[in-house]
Design a protein around this ligand. Sequence first.
Ligand code: NA7
Length: 317
Amino acid sequence: NDDMPVTSAATQIEESLLIKPVMKSVIPTPSRIGFLGLGIMGQGMVMNLLRSGHEVTVWNRTILKCREFVKAGALKGNSPAEVVQSCDITFSCVSDSSAVKDLVFGNAGVLQGISPGKCYVEMSTIDEDTVQDAAEAITARGGVFLEAPVVGSRVPALEGQLVILAAGDRKLYDDCYSCFEALGKKSLYLGSDVGAAMRMKLIINMIMGTVMASLAEGMAMAEKVGLDQEDIAEVLSLGSLSCPTVIHKSQAILNQKYDPHFPLQHQQKDLRLALQLGDKVEQPLYVAAAANELYKKARRLGYGESDISAVFRAASA
Ligand code: NA7
C-alpha cells in the first residue's frame, strides 16, 4: 500500500554510506562520558564522541541498540543510575518530556546515581517546567546541571554538524568543550537560567515546522492545479527560498521517501510546546497553530514515526 509510511532499511544503509563525518582535530576530555538514549540523534552523537577518542558508556531503554556501539568501543551501563555513577558527565537525548521524567525520576534513574559533583546534560527537546524540575532535583543532590538541546537532525548528528544551545552551569558548559566540538559546528552558552536554551530551540523548531507545512501545502496544491511537482521543486531551488530544508524536503515529497531524519511526531511535539510557550507570554501564533493541526492530522494518518516531510500526506489528503 503506497499510502503507508515508507521506511526501507536498504535505502537507509545506502544513505549512511554517503555520510562523511567532518574530520576534526578534537582533544578529548579525560572525563568519563555517559550517554543515555540511542535514538536517531543519540546514535550519530555517540559515534562522533567515540570517533574523537572519548571514553563513552551508553545505555538505551531497548538494550539491543547498544550492541553496535559496544562493537565501536563504547562501554555498556545497565541502568541510567549506573551510567551516572560510573561517569563524570552524562548526556541524555530521549524523545520527550515523559521519557525524560522516566529517565531522571524513575526506578534506577539518573537521580539515584547523582552524588555531589556528578554532571548531567539534558539534550532532549522538552518543556521548560520539566527541564527545570530535573535541574532542581539534580542540583538538590549536589549534582551539576546543563541543558543543551541541539539544532539539526539525523545527518548533522552523524556528521558532527549540530548547533548546540546551552544554558545552566557555566563550568559544566566549559567542561563539555571537547564533546561539543565533536558533536557540533557551533555551541552557544545562553546563560545560567535553565529554560533559555529550550525556549530558543522551540522557536527555531516552530519556524522549521511552519516552513515545512507551507512547503507541503504548496506541493499539494501544485498537484491539484495540474502543475508538475518536479517543476515546482526546481523553481524553488533556483530562487531565494533555496535552502537545505526546502531542497531536501521537496525531493523527499517528490520521491515519496519518508524515512525519518526528524520524526514527524517530534516536530508536532515541538509545535505543541511552542504554542504552550506562546500562551504563557500572550504571543499570538496563528501560523504555528495552523501548522500544528496539519501535523496532528499526519500523525492520525499513521505518519508519526516518518520524517516531517510526510506532513505532505496530510496536506494532499
Ligand atoms: P528517536 O529516534 O525517536 O529516539 C528516542 C529515544 O528516546 C530512544 O532512544 C528511545 O528508546 C528513548 N525513549 C523514549 N521513551 C523513553 C522512556 N520512557 N524511557 C527511556 N528512554 C526512552 O528520537 P530522536 O533521537 O530523533 O530525538 C531525540 C530528541 O532530540 C528529541 O527530544 C527530539 O525532539 C530532539 P528506545 O530505543 O525506543 O527504547
